[in-house]
Design a protein around this ligand. Sequence first.
Ligand SMILES: [Zn+2]
Length: 98
Amino acid sequence: MTDYDWLDGIDEATIRRERAKARELRKTRWWQQKTASGTCYYCARVVAHRDLTMDHLVPLARGGRSTKENLVPCCKDCNNKKKSLLPIEWEHYLEGLL
Ligand SMILES: [Zn+2]
């Protein structure tokens, strides 16, 4: 049993729909305000506005949804780390930032 066994339960259509929803939210004033300061949600560094990406706190593949509560601005460094690390390793990385 690994962390990934249950990924099979999330269907592609749901993920596509949630990605589209995230793209729409990106155009809103709400997102503009959230990213206005240029601060990364995870490491709290201030980066250029164009270097901020939209990140799902709980990834879509793990059952997260594109809701305002689940979307945060994230710098490219953190984004790359999150992609390359296992969920448990990512948690350890975050603990190191605190
Ligand atoms: Zn960051």
